[in-house]
Design a protein around this ligand. Sequence first.
Ligand code: FES
Length: 65
Amino acid sequence: MRTPDVVLCPGGPMLLRGDHVVQDAEGRTHETRRPVSAICRCLRSAELPWCDGTHVLLPDERRPR
Ligand code: FES
């Protein structure tokens, strides 16, 4: 079985493996060349589009599925 390139973490971010260009909600692009990058899905990060861990402070019902 292949290693997934994209992983949706229950209650947390989307993990991307490898190089990507991510477009945020305002249309700005962000390059990543890290082995694994975490994209915020809760929209509460202070570092959007990247996850800064804020999702762990949210109640379960406000976390991404
Ligand atoms: S998913 Fe981690 S801060 Fe939003």
